[in-house]
Ligand binder design. Sequence first.
Ligand SMILES: O=C[C@H](O)[C@H](O)COP(=O)(O)O
Ligand SMILES: C=C(OP(=O)(O)O)C(=O)O
Ligand SMILES: [Mn+2]
Length: 467
Amino acid sequence: MTQTAPQFDFSSTSPTGTISGPAADPQLDIWRELPIAQQPSWHGTEEYEQAVAELGTLPPLVFAGEVDVLRERLAAAAEGRAFLLQGGDCAETFAGATADKISARVKTILQMAVVLTYGASMPVIKMGRMAGQFAKPRSSDSETRDGVTLPAFRGDIVNGYEFTEESRRHNPQRMVKAYHTSAATLNLIRAFTQGGFADLRSVHQWNQGFMANPAHSKYDVLAGEIDRAVNFMSACGADFEALKRTEFFAAHEALLLDYERALTRTDSRTGLPYDTSAHFLWIGERTRQLDGAHVDFLSRVRNPIGVKLGPTTTGDDAIALINKLDPNREPGRLTFITRMGAGNIREKLPAIVEAVQKEGAKVVWVTDPMHGNTVTSQNGYKTRRFDDVMDEVAGFFEVHRALGSVAGGLHVEMTGDDVAECLGGSDPIREDQFDALYESVCDPRLNHMQSLEMAFLVADSLAHQKS
Ligand SMILES: O=C[C@H](O)[C@H](O)COP(=O)(O)O
Ligand SMILES: C=C(OP(=O)(O)O)C(=O)O
Ligand SMILES: [Mn+2]
């Protein structure tokens, strides 16, 4: 069910090989001359120069060989031979990088993956919005509370959530802290997923907790089938030792180009630049301007790249992005993460998919059913209704099925904790729980149970996609 870990070529990225100091290629700095959205105001200060110089001396967080493995996995997803699951916080925080919270999130992603693997009958590529998801684009540059206006919170890598002048100051030293927090998070993720924590039988056992809730009895049939499949594998003498380890990739929005540039290093094997801050990087809906800095910079690194596509995207936009980001049509290079909103997806997605099909290009099609479905609750919290989220997922599968394209993955804001941020689910979260249990510093996340419920529902869609 889950894959075994590949043998990474560590020699190619050893400290004696390459990847010491930022890559020197001047093309990697062309973005500095281009229009750039959503950046902090810290340039030209000594503090900024020092922080960037320090980042440049620090080791890579991921290896080029791992990034190449991911590109191969994504090539399989583009063809319907694997399914991508991306999940994690909207905004990671420094304070939230605790063993308990990180392990709960990884556990939940692994639990979702087992259910999806069964439903899809294919490998699930597990990827966290983790170990670097610290920079946030905002709708407004400022926030006003009780007549006081301060800079908006732009993620812990830029400024603090606390509503004071000092905390909201754009502080470049935070980039260094983000690096170290990412390193600590990634270290724990690697230990969990490589050290036996991810044993398929344990992951399956954890799902029994979800099934113990009578609200989830409608998933009894599927849960029973998975149970029998695991027992069958066991009876057949399946090598559960190999299934004790699993691949797990790190991803974040490549928003803060100062940080991404400083962590971009040259791979000794190929002489090519890799952004070693994460395996996978995506360009957000607010920064995907074709002639802008983000698209230019990410067109020049070897990592697999995602682009969020909102409801205003046209077929021509999609083709232009492909030509810029994947001119060689390389399998696994480009992922389109559509976030249309439940009310838009059935109307807007087909033209984009058809344009890409006509072009003969192949991308991984992923649904982000969160960002097009944000509403404000009566009591003033940013929230999303579980039913809207699931309706967008359903629309995504319907469109791809109708057009003969591949529904290749799911991108969600979720946590392993029992928070109350999104409304509904079978054991429903209500608005009156927000005051006590709303923790997100940016967008609302599915909680542990809602995430698992989504996996059961998507597993069903995947099973039908195959039939
Ligand atoms: O995560 C996505 C964006 O950063 C977020 O939705 C922006 O939220 P805002 O509209 O509150 O700025
Ligand atoms: C900012 C985000 O999304 P989008 O770019 O799709 O709005 C996000 O994924 O948190
Ligand atoms: Mn978000």
